[in-house]
Design a protein around this ligand. Structure first.
Ligand code: GLA
Length: 391
């Protein structure tokens, strides 16, 4: 579905649900990270792109007064009612409403006055699939609130407001990658983001002979929340031992010299981060120079490092990468790795565009044979970031 079709569909659903058409419609994309994993909260580099899967949110002023907000999703799990005369607070952990409510709280904290409204959310970003469905929900809500309140945020500020919503309301101590790319994605470009300076650099990705194939393992191991926070703490510990503000300032040599002063696990966590921070700008250079074999090798190296040193992969993700690697350059696979936080979700493969169908078939059948799980595969071009579709 194109974004315009998706917008129309969401408007129709809104009208069915609330008995009148929406006034505002906003959308924000999910993302796939090509390389630079678990580096964002270490002040490192990331290289994501927005995908053409979106969360769309349609809204209209409330008929029930200036202080009532109603949020619904097309997944149909009941309405969330907010009363703006009462302080907002997070619902139970795992509730989808925490993301939009956290964003609304962020706008209120800046003195914005949304007034009452009814909203309906519809998404084509697979939920919990490691493609940042949560950032898409936060950023689409923020884009909607900019329209409703007239408070237009600077893009960096907007991404940070959404990240804070995820920290404070969803209890997930995420980095800044997902919200940044969902706000700042550009059609036909990857985004090389320096998470320290927060300076984004666009990297054109227009070669029609190459495609990024996204492979959803359709598994989600429920370790993610706690394991993610643990990794962050281990990185901070390594930085402390190395005497640096963040692992961005550490080198492989420094780490080797400090090995004796560090727990083995902490050593390996830091080794992943330091090597991944180095790989990421190289991969961006490779994309710029159309040096595809180098990009592919860096993707495989990233996966091994995430699997062995950072320990955030899982057997299903490893199976996908293994199958892709076995197909190899001859079969059109240039590189493959897990993408996102890990413990399930998606892998991303850089492939020859004319072999997408054959590669998809082979990965799907071999993956299902090995794991007894049906994967979902799709190709996405780099898409644009959040937009207001109707105001
Ligand atoms: C999740 C987080 C991001 C980032 C990735 C790992 O997607 O939300 O901030 O840390 O994991 O690269």
């Amino acid at each position: 579905m194109t974004l315009n079709e998706l917008s129309r569909h969401t408007a129709e659903q809104f009208t069915k649900t609330y008995g009148r058409p929406p006034r505002w419609i906003a959308a924000a994309p999910g993302r796939v990270n090509v390389i630079g994993e678990h580096t964002d909260y270490n002040d490192g580099f990331v290289l994501p792109m927005a995908i053409d899967r979106y969360t769309v949110i349609a809204a209209a002023p409330s008929n029930n007064g200036a202080t009532k907000i109603q949020l619904r999703s097309t997944l149909g799990d009941g309405a969330i009612s907010l009363d703006l005369t009462q302080p907002l607070k997070p619902a139970a952990k795992g509730a989808w409403s925490n993301y939009p409510v956290g964003v609304i709280a962020g706008f209120l904290a800046r003195g914005a006055k949304p007034g009452g409204f009814d909203a309906l959310i519809h998404s084509t970003v697979p939920l919990g699939g490691g493609l940042s469905s949560s950032a898409a929900l936060e950023v689409s809500t923020a884009t909607l609130l900019e329209a409703i309140t007239g408070l237009k945020l600077d893009p960096v500020d907007k991404a940070l407001l959404c990240q804070k919503a995820e920290h404070d309301y969803a209890g997930m101590p995420c980095g800044i990658m997902d919200q940044f790319i969902s706000v700042m994605g550009k059609k036909d470009h990857l985004l090389l983001l320096d998470c320290r300076s927060r300076k984004p650099e666009l990297v054109p990705m227009t070669d029609p002979t190459k495609a990024l194939l996204i492979i959803n393992t359709n598994v989600k191991h429920e370790l993610t929340g706690g394991e993610y926070a643990k990794r962050r703490a281990q990185c901070e510990q390594a930085a402390r031992i190395l005497g640096v503000t963040s692992l961005r300032d550490a080198t492989a040599d420094m780490l080797v010299r400090a090995r004796g002063r560090m727990d083995e696990v902490v050593f390996r966590r830091a080794r992943h981060v330091i090597s991944e921070i180095e790989r990421t700008p190289h991969a961006a250079e490779g994309v710029r120079a159309s040096n595809w074999p180098t990009v592919g090798q860096l993707m495989y190296a990233s996966h091994s490092s995430l699997r062995d040193d950072y320990e955030v992969s899982c057997p299903e993700l490893d199976a996908v990468v293994d199958i892709a690697q076995a197909i190899g350059l001859k079969g059109g696979v240039i590189g493959c790795r897990m993408t996102g936080g890990g413990f399930g979700g998606c892998a991303v493969a850089l492939v020859a565009a004319d072999s997408v169908a054959a590669i998809s078939d082979r990965i799907a059948s071999e993956y299902e044979r090995r794991t007894k799980i049906k994967p979902t595969l799709f190709v996405s071009r780099p898409a644009a970031g959040a937009t207001l579709l109707q105001a």
